[in-house]
Design a protein around this ligand. Structure first.
Ligand code: FES
Ligand SMILES: [Fe+2]
Length: 429
């Protein structure tokens, strides 16, 4: 069993030699070694190597509809504000005042005319420019003290942010997923319900749990009333019933020019349209629509669901009648925040076209079940008895995910101080 030595010179840093050894020892197709899931130093590493260095799903544009609407999110210790600016563009800034660094917005969501720092009341406009800094001397250069910007990409109404100076290329993702998602018009929606669940599990266990339906038959009765548990149209484990269903739905969607075959997202993303059980059209207890007003200009309720996943923090379902966005953020090595947002057509009327209970009951139950599974998984992994175990064939997306994650850490080691430290130690040892 590998134990981690930590450098005492920097807070909770992963030892680079140990990290390299763990990556070298990793068996592809197996779950990760224990420290990756439970060690606080690895949580810090994940924030640095993964979450500070990737595009993260933030919200749907419908959540910040009017200029001044904002939402905050925390990436480790770093808080950012995602804002609808005066000109209608979506912008994002670091939530850190340029005077002496106070956090500016303390709410998770809100509406402002200006951003006013609570400490000494420096005032910023909705573009992050510093407007007033009282008592500062004449000649003080306000222009040099605007809020630091964060990279933003809006893809079919979904806001992604990246706090890296040089974000990874997102064009392949954008080009690939847009044709699947655009017909569902996520930008013409409104939030019907939003819920945040704190899971007692490492974020990677939350993702791994989400990336397989091996656990569905034993745990998700509500979900399996409508969801077909096979992940690919040509799933080798797929039953004759599934193949027949897939064939007839494929014809149905082809006739409407709706893309459904899996996108080529490699380990980075997945996008596919899959059918519900015959007779079902939505994630409701009886499979009937959750919202009578369909999304965008859709007229056919029977569109299955577009399932889109993107590393490291986002998965989604796009149906004919509603959309569900899921966003995770790691809080610590053993706690993860899952935010689920249910959206319907912007003109749908609650109590007339939809009701919250019918719209949300299936996934609220499923989320609660998954939270228990992930917490239990974490407890077992924390035991000294844990050793990495093999993924089943139906867990192929976990293999993709852990390969992606290991690649991300290897790349980080290569280009950082941590990696140079490994080299120095090897050279001297
Ligand atoms: S820290 Fe914000 S005004 Fe002083
Ligand atoms: Fe699940």
């Amino acid at each position: 069993m590998v134990s981690l030595n930590r450098s005492t010179t920097e807070n909770e840093m992963v030892d680079a030699v140990q990290l390299q050894a763990l990556l070298d020892e990793r068996r592809e197709g197996f779950s990760l070694a224990r420290p990756f899931y439970i060690d606080p130093a690895f949580h810090d590493l994940d924030i640095d190597a993964v979450f500070s260095n990737e595009w993260l799903y933030a919200c749907n544009v419908a959540e910040i509809r009017a200029p001044g609407d904002y939402l905050t999110m925390e990436i480790g210790e770093t808080s950012i504000v995602v804002m609808r600016a005066q000109d209608g563009e979506v912008k994002a800034f670091f939530n850190t005042c340029r005077h002496r660094g106070s956090r500016i917005c303390s709410e998770s969501q809100g509406h402002v005319h200006r951003l006013v720092c609570p400490y000494h009341q420096w005032v910023y406009d909705l573009d992050g420019a510093l407007l007033h800094a009282r008592q500062m001397p004449a000649g003080f250069d306000r222009e040099a003290y605007g809020l630091a910007p964060v990279n933003v990409e809006v893809i079919c109404g979904m806001v992604y942010v990246c706090i890296a100076d040089t974000p990874p290329d997102i064009t392949r993702f954008r080009r690939s997923v847009a044709p699947y998602i655009a017909p569902h018009a996520p930008e013409r929606t409104k939030v019907a319900h939003v819920e945040t669940l704190i899971e007692d599990a490492n974020w990677k266990l939350v993702i791994e749990n989400n990336r397989e339906c091996y656990h569905c038959s034993g745990n998700h009765p509500e979900l399996l009333a409508t969801l077909v548990e096979f992940a690919l149209p040509d799933d080798p484990a797929g039953s004759a019933y599934f193949r027949g269903l897939m064939e007839s739905q494929a014809r149905h969607w082809d006739a409407q020019d709706l893309v459904h075959l899996p996108a080529d997202g490699g380990n980075e993303f997945r996008c596919i349209r899959l059918p519900f059980h015959r007779g079902a059209v939505s994630f409701t207890p009886d499979g009937s629509p959750a919202c009578l007003k369909l999304l965008g200009n859709l007229t056919d309720p029977d569109l299955g669901s577009v399932r889109m996943f993107r590393v490291p923090n986002n998965w989604n379902h796009f149906l004919a009648d509603h959309i569900i966005h899921f966003r995770i953020l790691p809080l610590s090595a053993n706690r993860t925040a899952l935010r689920t947002t249910w959206l319907v057509h912007e003109d749908a009327v609650e109590g007339v076209d939809y009701n919250i209970e019918k719209l949300t009951s299936v996934w609220r139950a499923t989320n609660a079940q998954d939270a228990r599974l992930a917490a239990n998984n974490h407890l077992g992994v924390a035991s000294k008895a844990y050793v990495p175990g093999p993924y089943a064939p139906s867990e192929f997306m976990l293999r993709n995910f852990t390969n992606w994650y290991a690649g991300k850490l290897a790349a980080y080691l290569e280009k950082t101080e941590l990696g140079r430290r490994t080299f120095t130690l090897h050279a001297h040892g």
